[in-house]
Design a protein around this ligand. Structure first.
Ligand code: SPV
Ligand code: MG
Length: 299
């Protein structure tokens, strides 16, 4: 099944579904192997894995290059965190074209201003996009997609910007009317009270997506009861890898040997398995003339 159709089905499913964060080809593959049906290509994670801030410091074509590796490495669909669409409607619709060429199943855009600021950075109220301008962006993206199953998700940042339910609903309804296939409602509260308020007021069938990074202690059963379509675990592969890399680097630096770490890390054979080295071996046997077979068969 097409990746775009797979993603559409995730959002249309009657039960609550999950997307797991990945930020490169390796983490995308690990998400797939864990059993997830879809991937969240997180802007925060991709930017920080590049060593830059989540402030559109990486160009959109640099993000696209990362996505290409992620998409090639996996069979499950990828939803790109497309920030604000990297400009106005014209930039956003060109993004859709380029994503489809790379077999990316959908993109989420948020109603903030370029260059964006991560929703959890506390530097005063974050300005929101004009509703009509953002609706035009959504329309241009929906009009541009060649594959009818490509998904455009509209992310409402009104709670993040300090507004209440009324503004959040007004925006969600406008974006739905503009053609968004799903609405992501973001909140930075430690509890799920804003999400609960929103879900109780949302009467439409358009799927609602949430990101419980800050309200992580809320049981998933509550989100299911509220009718949340999809939950995004937004940055946990990145955070796990930061923790693991800090620990291993410090230990090797201090010990000046590998004794304490060897049994705590993935084996080299595991790297080869993930890279599908066996497949190349088989292909070489099939395609390389025997006289040119220079590989070491002991691999
Ligand atoms: C991301 O993963 O980059 C997101 C989610 O946009 S958050 O960082 O929670 O805003
Ligand atoms: Mg982001």
């Amino acid at each position: 099944m097409n990746k775009s159709t797979q993603l559409k089905r995730i959002f249309q499913s009657q039960s609550t579904e999950y997307l797991m964060e990945a930020h490169n080809g390796l983490s995308a593959k690990i998400v797939e192997e864990a059993g997830f049906k879809g991937i969240w290509a997180s802007g925060l994670s991709i930017s920080s894995s590049m060593g830059v801030r989540d402030s559109n410091e990486a160009s959109w074509t640099q993000v696209l290059d990362v996505l290409e590796f992620m998409s090639d490495a996996t069979k499950i669909p990828i939803l790109l965190d497309g920030d604000t669409g990297y400009g106005n409607f014209n930039n956003a619709r060109r993004l859709v074209k380029k994503l489809e060429q790379r077999n990316i199943a959908g993109v989420c855009i948020e109603d903030k201003l370029f260059p964006k600021t991560n929703s959890f950075i506390d530097n005063g109220p974050q300005p929101l996009a004009d509703i009509d301008e953002f609706c035009g962006k959504i329309k241009s993206m929906k009009d541009t997609q060649a594959d009818e199953d490509f998904t455009v998700v509209a992310r409402v940042e009104a709670f993040i910007a300090g507004f209440g339910l009324e503004e959040t609903l007004r925006r969600a309804e406008a974006y739905e009317r503009a053609g968004a296939d799903a609405i992501l409602v973001h909140s930075k509260r430690q509890d799920a009270s804003e999400i609960e308020l929103f879900m109780n007021a949302w009467k439409s069938k358009t799927p609602i997506i949430i990101v419980p990074t800050k309200y992580y202690s809320t049981p998933t059963s509550l989100f299911k009861e509220l009718g949340v379509s999809t939950i995004i675990w937004a940055n946990h592969n990145l955070r796990a890898s930061i923790d693991a890399m800090q620990t291993i680097s410090r230990t090797i630096y201090q010990d000046e040997n590998l004794l304490a770490v060897e049994n705590t890390v993935a084996t080299v054979e595991e790297i080869f398995r993930i890279q599908q080295v066996e497949e190349l071996k088989t292909a070489e046997n099939k395609y390389l003339p025997k006289s040119q077979k220079v590989r070491d068969d002991t691999l």
